[in-house]
Each structure stands twice: as structure tokens, then as C-alpha cells.
Design a protein around this ligand. Structure first.
Ligand SMILES: Nc1ncnc2c1ncn2[C@@H]1O[C@H](COP(=O)(O)OP(=O)(O)O)[C@@H](O)[C@H]1O
Ligand SMILES: C[C@@](O)(CCOP(=O)(O)O)CC(=O)O
Ligand SMILES: [Mg+2]
Length: 376
């Protein structure tokens, strides 16, 4: 039996990092996906195949464990319907299984993803053999939510495999509300292994799609009433969300009052941005774009004060400013991707040429599309 699932990456328009500390943020799904194919052996063949295999196709890597080895090391039993956190002890046991796979040194950043895979798989499907094949259109560790898309696509496939009605349907279809809520909770538990202390915005926008306003787990779906075009520039400077998020937390412990003001300011920016995007008033699009530009500029300044910008991000900001365009980092920062607002009528050729000649990679993605989907 084979089940496929896909989940999108995201951009954060305003509010990253501050959202971890209770501020509002605005995020949108983009049309770049992570795909998971779950192959379950037939009952008769299962006896001869007792392995759980993970193939990361884009990286040409394969990891495999015997089911008996998993049972020996992971002290858990599956309970699909009640998402639970992975304890520190279990994570240590899983780390042993990951270490046994001798991940190439230059790909060691995958360890947290592979641990997450083992935790989600065994928690949702138990100790059963399967082959899981993963491909992604998202750059890893660049602020476009590859970790969340990975967790959401994986949990979608795992949950879909337990849906009884597997009548073949043409193309991709979304999951029902109950399963969406369930997979989003599991994906959040997965994100905890990768991020340490995630806000939940990335897995939520990947699961539900569209554009959302998010605050302390509360989701508001946004209906955009204006065209919104963003250029995404990948600085290709590698970074790690977990380290950046904990850096901001440490700064908050050192300067609680100052950081509280920063987070409050970000909260106002996100709320104002959400209101502008949804506004049906007669303001011209140009006026709305001017306001969004200014809010992005203020948000970037506040991200700078949280200590999560980077010289490569500054270079993108300076380059786009020469073309009268405004940019801010998106996601955890420290490198990764930068968003540039493209007001109506902007011709991007020249700015893209200049950015790419500095070694950056530019792409545009459509904003606010579908969330997690499955295919039988
Ligand atoms: N397709 C994938 N397969 C395995 N692990 C993945 C995959 N996508 C993401 N990850 C995990 O997520 C990590 C990157 O997540 P993170 O630092 O949060 O950046 P981002 O979410 O912005 O891409 C990787 O180091 C890896 O552990
Ligand atoms: C920095 C943060 O706000 C977003 C992180 O996104 P990404 O992993 O860099 O794509 C963290 C979070 O909200 O969990
Ligand atoms: Mg992430």
C-alpha cells in the first residue's frame, strides 16, 4: 500500500521570534513543498521485511533500522490519537539510533530531522516496517520552514495511512478538520525536537495553508484584499533556527524590560499589517503598499535589535534599497532568506541580476496557497 502527502513551506511577513514570546505574527504558505511517500509492505511480505527505511532522495541518502532494533531502544508505544512530547530520555535513546547510521559529517545538521522522523513514525505507526521516501523543493535551514513542512508532510502521510477509506481519488486532496488538527499537533511535537521552543506558527501555516495571523496558538485565517508580491532571496548563509531562538531567549533573560518593549512593538506591527492586508477600504493599493513597506522596515530594525540579522541580510537590504525596494529577513534570520516587497508594477530583472551577481539566489513564490494534502 502506498500513501503520499505534501506540505508547503512558508514566509513570515511579520513577527518571527517575537511570536515565540507571545506576540502576534503573520505568515503565509508558499507553493514550494516537501513530499512524503509512505510504502507499507503487504501483510504477507511484512514477515520477510522487518525494516524501517528512510530515503532522502534529494540528498541521495538512505537510513535503515530493523524493527527489532527500534523496539529494543525506543521506550514508547504508539497512540496515534494523542500527541505527546518526546521526553529527554527518549530523545537520548533515539540519538543512539541516529548515530549508528554514520551520517556524513557535512550533513550532520540532518540529525535532528532524522530523530524527529523516528519519534513521529514510531509514535504514530508503532514498530511496523515501511519505506518512507522524502523529497523537497525547499532549501534546508533557510527560513522557509523546511522543518515544519517535513513534520507536517510526514504526519499527514502517517495519519492518512490509518484512514480506512482509501478509495483512489484523482490528484491531491485535503484532510478533514479533525485529522488536520491532529496532524498539526503531532507536527508541533516534531518541531520541538528540531527547534527546541517553537511557537507553532510554521507547522500551523504548513498544515492549514492560506495566510494566517497567529498569536499564542490562536489562528485567524486572513483574506487578502490586495495583491501581495514578494521576492525571496536566499543568502545561502547556513544557520540553525534552534540556536537563533535560544539566543533571543537568552537576551530576553538579560534584558527583560527592553525586550518586552521590542516584542510589544512587533505585536503592533503584525496586527497593523494584518489589518492593511484585509482592509476593504478605499485606500489606494499604493498607499497600502507604502504602509507595508514602512512596517517591514520597522520590523527589520527590531529583528536587528533581537540580534538575529546578519551581514548577508544587510547586503540584500542595501542592494534592494538602491532599487527603492524594502526588505526584511524572514524566518529565524542569521542568514537564510530575505523578503522584498514588490509593489504593483515593479520590474524585478535589474535587482535580481544585482543580487544574483553577489552570489545570492532569487525566486518568487506564490503566496497563500494550499496546506497539507494527501494522495492515495
Ligand atoms: N526534508 C527533510 N528531511 C530531513 N530533515 C529535514 C528536512 N527538512 C528539514 N529537516 C530538518 O530541519 C532542519 C532545518 O530546520 P530549521 O533550522 O528550522 O530551518 P528551516 O525550517 O527554516 O528550514 C534541518 O537541519 C533538518 O534537521
Ligand atoms: C524564528 C521563528 O519565529 C520562525 C522560524 O522559522 P524557520 O525555522 O527559520 O523557517 C521560530 C518559531 O516561531 O518557532
Ligand atoms: Mg524551521
Amino acid at each position: 500500500m502506498e500513501v503520499k502527502a505534501r506540505a508547503p513551506g512558508k514566509i513570515i511577513l511579520a513577527g518571527e521570534h517575537a511570536v515565540v514570546h507571545g506576540s502576534t505574527a503573520v505568515a503565509a504558505a508558499i507553493d514550494l513543498y516537501t513530499y512524503v511517500t509512505l510504502r507499507l509492505p503487504l501483510q504477507s511480505a511484512a514477515e520477510n521485511n522487518d525494516r524501517l527505511t528512510l530515503q532522502l532522495k534529494d540528498l541521495s541518502l538512505e537510513f535503515s533500522w530493523s524493527v527489532s532494533r527500534l523496539k529494543e531502544v525506543i521506550p514508547c508505544d504508539s497512540n496515534t490519537s494523542s500527541p505527546a512530547s518526546c521526553s529527554g530520555e527518549t530523545l537520548k535513546s533515539i540519538a543512539v539510533l541516529v548515530e549508528e547510521q554514520n551520517i556524513p559529517e557535512e550533513k550532520i545538521w540532518l540529525s535532528s530531522g532524522i530523530s524527529t522522523f523516528l519519534w513521529l513514525y514510531t509514535s504514530i505507526r508503532g514498530f511496523s516496517p515501511a519505506t518512507v521516501i522524502i523529497t523537497t523543493e525547499l532549501p534546508y535551514g533557510s527560513g522557509l520552514g523546511s522543518s515544519a513542512a517535513f513534520c507536517v508532510a510526514l504526519t499527514s502521510a502517517l495519519i492518512a495511512s490509518s484512514i480506512l477509506d482509501k478509495t483512489h481519488r484523482e490528484g491531491w486532496s485535503s484532510l478533514d478538520e479533525t485529522n488536520l488538527e491532529l496532524l498539526n499537533k503531532w507536527a508541533f511535537e516534531g518541531e520541538k525536537i528540531i527547534h527546541g521552543k517553537p511557537s507553532g506558527i510554521d507547522n500551523t501555516v504548513s498544515a492549514y495553508g492560506n495566510m494566517i495571523k497567529f498569536c499564542s496558538g490562536e489562528i485567524t485565517r486572513l483574506q487578502s484584499n490586495m495583491p501581495l508580491r514578494m521576492l525571496i532571496t536566499n543568502t545561502k548563509v547556513g544557520r540553525n533556527t534552534k540556536a537563533l531562538v535560544s539566543g533571543v531567549s537568552e537576551r530576553t533573560v538579560r534584558h527583560p524590560d527592553a525586550m518586552k518593549s521590542v516584542f510589544n512593538a512587533v505585536d503592533s506591527i503584525s496586527k497593523e499589517l494584518a489589518a492593511i492586508i484585509q482592509s476593504k477600504d478605499q485606500n489606494s493599493v499604493t498607499e497600502k503598499e507604502e504602509s507595508i513597506k514602512e512596517l517591514m522596515e520597522i520590523n527589520q530594525g527590531l529583528l536587528q535589535s533581537m540580534g538575529v540579522s546578519h551581514s548577508s541580510i544587510d547586503t540584500v537590504i542595501r542592494t534592494t534599497l538602491k532599487h527603492k525596494l524594502t526588505s526584511k529577513l524572514t524566518g529565524a534570520g542569521g542568514g537564510g532568506c530575505v523578503l522584498t516587497l514588490l509593489p504593483t508594477g515593479t520590474v524585478v530583472d535589474k535587482v535580481v541580476e544585482e543580487l544574483e551577481s553577489s552570489g545570492f539566489q532569487c525566486f518568487s513564490a506564490s503566496i497563500g496557497g494550499n496546506g497539507a494534502e494527501i494522495c492515495f
